[in-house]
Design a protein around this ligand. Structure first.
Ligand code: DGJ
Length: 725
């Protein structure tokens, strides 16, 4: 049993293959966190300590006994106003503007299978896969407030998920002013917090810092998970490495604003909490109403960050991603954006398709600029009908012609947006989120549609049907600005940020179920919405608008901690690179891009014969390696903070094959030799490097590594393919 309950001690135990999670409903009804760590037998309540904690407050029932304080005890669901002065998961304001709700345990249920959440993406269990759900109910009688804490356990993957449903069972309204979904409390420890920060064209840069007294938070107030901070954090022992030490990860299954807070308190206790952004969040609940907090996926590893990554990769790839393309190979694409931008017509598209076909490409993706009046980025968003003058034919005819060349056809859309200069805006000004009487904030010259409205959602779905019914089999679903204003002509604005994302999920759910053969690639000005919520609908995401081989190294490095490589869309583009002006060899651009969902984003008609030959070879090779890249175990073999090279490895699940990539950004005079130390090979076995024919004993290789040839220039890259003998 993955979940057990000890009636005598009122202790809940959640067990996975390598981990144990424990909590206790104590004699006062408070739900105290006991343990999340290496798998253990027995009970861990001996870790709780009780002492008189000045100025920390005690529950009334204790009378003069001052040795119990929620401020000094680890909790599962800290609530404001209970004498715990650390950051809470829930803040409730009642109809008289009074804050606080004392929540006590009132029951629980253990059920088979993994819970799902109304209207929200969540981890699912596969047929035959063991999974259980624990629902613990906490109640407050004054308000009629009931909180259901949901815990999902996928034991085989070392995954525990958390979510929360807050319900008004009372007779008066109250308002949730803060709602987080997960909390990890530690009574002691010396921890680092690992977060991933960035900006447009440089997303998910790794940052590791020691937790000090005070509170540190990352999050997004932009209505999207954002380029600036990833909704994914890791708490690690200060000495934890890729292969050693304890670490805990939290990955938010949500695409809107979020916040993750890490706090080291007066007693050296650490709290990490994660949930919905509080920015403009004020969620009124009438009697009978409820709200679900989005899910957080958690895992623990006692074997360092590498193992933690493997658990997240497996869970997101197999228990979050869905549909045909979860398991089937993704097409190699030629995307027209960096090749042609807005400057194309139907002839150029067909010429590019023919040229790409000869290279071995599978699909042509027609990016922005294909619909009526869309010749720059200031116009026409919302009017999703093809510019037949520009294309020289209908969309359906263009699709058929590209298919006749032998390529599948994909297309760019940005359905959540509206241009002021559009037919849609002229007809439905009230569909845009603009505060009446205020001038709207523009982002890339555009406004955001109010997805909380059903008529808007229906319009978007109908528009997408119009495109998909023409034979399009891939959508690049873009989103090119942050939300600044939250204003709806229908419904409450304190709920709008959340309802917007629910609206987006409803649209994506309906489209993916109506068109199960269509692959949707998520995108938000590159990787501005790279999160597990989007991956539930779009199994791959355009990782960054930066296609520079050097910058992509750190972007992929950061992304790899929480997200599977199959989700990382990366393209080889032309040089000088359009974002950085850098010139890198075609080989290095390929080595970096063949990290996940792969393609090209350059004008194939401008290639030299040598480049065409090289690219044909790359595509042939990628197709041979595609399975291990998208499904293998991924290992980071270098640390960009300390190494002068970047190396990573994919190992097939049975350990029989390994693919190792190395990029050396800078060459220097008389450089020390670089040694690469693979991981995940079969102990006791021998491996042959299939290109050089060299034979290596696995254990020595994983102990001491092998030397890489001296680079002859900057951006030298190498690929090694090892096969078990
Ligand atoms: C932003 C995307 O990230 C780019 O790849 C491209 O599709 C442009 N939008 C098109 O407007």
């Amino acid at each position: 049993m993955a979940i057990t309950f000890d009636e005598g001690r009122r202790i809940f135990t959640l067990t996975t293959r390598n981990t144990t999670y424990q909590m206790m409903a104590d004699s006062f009804g408070y739900l105290l966190h006991l343990y999340y760590g290496a798998k253990t037998a027995g009970f861990t309540d001996w870790g709780l300590t009780f002492a008189d904690r000045g100025f920390s407050g005690s529950p009334y029932e204790l009378g003069r006994d001052r040795t119990y304080s929620l401020d000094a005890l680890p909790q599962e669901f800290p609530v404001q106003g209970t004498g715990d002065y650390r950051s809470p998961m829930l803040i409730v304001r009642d109809s008289e503007d009074t804050y606080g709700a004392d929540l006590r345990y009132s029951g629980h249920e253990i059920t088979e299978g993994k819970y799902s959440l109304p209207g929200l993406p969540a981890v699912y269990a596969n047929p035959g896969e063991e999974a259980q759900t624990l629902t613990v109910t906490l109640s407050n009688n004054r308000l009629g407030l009931s909180v259901k804490l949901l815990y999902g356990v996928i034991p085989g993957k070392d995954i525990i998920t958390r979510s929360v449903i807050v319900r008004n069972n009372g007779s008066k309204p109250f308002t949730a002013e803060k709602l987080y979904s997960s909390c990890l409390d530690f009574t002691h420890g010396d921890f680092d917090l690992i977060t991933f920060h960035g900006r447009h064209t440089l997303e998910r840069q790794y940052q590791r810092q020691r937790l000090n007294h005070g509170s540190y938070s990352v999050g997004s107030r932009r209505g999207m998970s954002s380029h600036q901070y990833s909704p994914f954090v890791i708490l690690a022992d200060h000495d934890a490495t890729e292969t050693h030490g304890r670490c805990w990860g939290m990955n938010f299954v949500y695409s809107g604003g979020f916040c993750a807070e890490a706090e080291l308190d007066q007693y050296g206790q650490t709290r990490v909490i994660m949930g919905l952004s509080r920015e403009k969040f004020s969620y009124g609940l009438e009697p009978g109403e409820e709200i679900a907090g989005p899910e957080v996926i958690m895992t623990f590893s006692s074997e360092g960050l590498g193992k933690l990554t493997h658990s997240f990769h497996a869970c997101i790839r197999e228990n979050i991603c869905r549909g045909k393309f979860r398991d089937s190979p993704r097409p190699v694409v030629l995307n027209t954006w960096e090749a042609l931008y807005f400057n194309f017509d139907g002839r150029k598209i067909l010429d590019a398709a023919e040229s790409a076909k000869a290279l071995g490409v599978d699909m042509l993706v027609l990016d922005d600029g294909w619909f009526t009046n869309r010749n720059n980025d200031a116009q026409a968003l919302g009017d999703w009908s093809a510019d037949e003058g520009k294309l020289g034919c209908t969309l359906g005819e263009l699709v058929s012609r590209v298919k006749a060349i032998g390529l599948d056809f994909g297309i760019w859309v940005e359905p959540e947006m509206i241009s002021e200069d559009s037919r849609l805006y002229r007809e439905h000004r009230d569909w845009a989120m603009i505060i009446p009487g205020e001038k709207p904030v523009l982002g890339r010259n555009q406004l955001v549609l109010d997805l909380s409205r059903m008529d808007v959602r229906e319009y978007i779905i109908q528009s997408m049907r119009g495109i998909l019914n023409e034979g399009v089999t891939y959508l690049k679903w873009d989103y090119n600005r942050s939300i600044a204003e939250l204003y709806s002509h229908s419904g409450s604005n304190g709920k709008l940020a959340y309802k917007y994302i629910l609206g987006l999920y409803e649209i994506l759910e309906r489209i993916t179920s109506e068109y199960p053969g269509v692959l949707i690639e998520g995108c938000a000005g590159g990787g501005g919405r790279f999160d597990a919520g989007m991956l539930y609908y779009t199994p791959q995401i355009w990782c960054s608008d930066n296609t520079d081989a050097l910058d992509r190294l750190t972007i992929h490095y950061g992304t790899s901690f929480g997200f599977p490589m199959s989700a990382v869309a990366a393209h080889v583009s032309t040089c000088p690179n359009h974002q950085t002006g850098r010139i890198t060899p075609l080989k290095a651009r390929y080595t970096v891009s063949m990290t996940g969902a792969f393609g090209y984003e350059l004008d194939p008609l401008k290639l030299t014969d040598d480049e065409r030959r090289e690219i044909s070879g790359q595509i042939r090779q990628y197709k041979l390696d595609r399975e291990i890249i998208t499904e293998g175990l991924y290992y980071r073999l270098s640390n960009p903070e300390s190494d002068n090279y970047c190396a990573w490895e994919y190992v097939s699940h049975d350990g029989s094959k390994a693919l190792i990539s190395v990029v050396i950004p800078q060459n220097h005079g008389n450089m020390p030799v670089i040694y690469i130390t693979p991981r995940g090979l079969t102990h006791g076995a021998f491996y042959r490097d299939i290109e050089s024919g060299k034979i290596y004993p696995a254990d020595a290789l994983m102990d001491s590594g092998f030397p890489v040839d001296m680079p002859k220039s900057d951006y030298e890259s190498f690929t090694f393919r090892l096969e078990r003998m």
